[in-house]
Design a protein around this ligand. Structure first.
Ligand SMILES: [Zn+2]
Ligand SMILES: [Zn+2]
Length: 59
């Protein structure tokens, strides 16, 4: 399966990866292979956010 199109963050590089959270197509620079997320989702997933009380760390 191949991904085509532009990165939805910088809109200048061709997308190489897809965010596992929001599904955005992003280039290598805006993708974090560890969590598999785009730069936007990585930024929103910082541990200091307090807007939600979601317990995602419990498995
Ligand atoms: Zn990009
Ligand atoms: Zn994302």
């Amino acid at each position: 399966m191949s991904i085509s199109g532009l990165c939805q963050i910088c809109e200048s590089r061709s997308a190489q990866e897809r965010c596992a959270n929001c599904g955005a197509l992003v280039c290598e620079q805006h993708y974090e292979p560890g969590p598999g997320l785009c730069a936007d989702c990585v930024a929103q997933g910082q541990p200091d956010r307090q807007s939600d009380d979601v317990d995602i760390n419990r498995f």
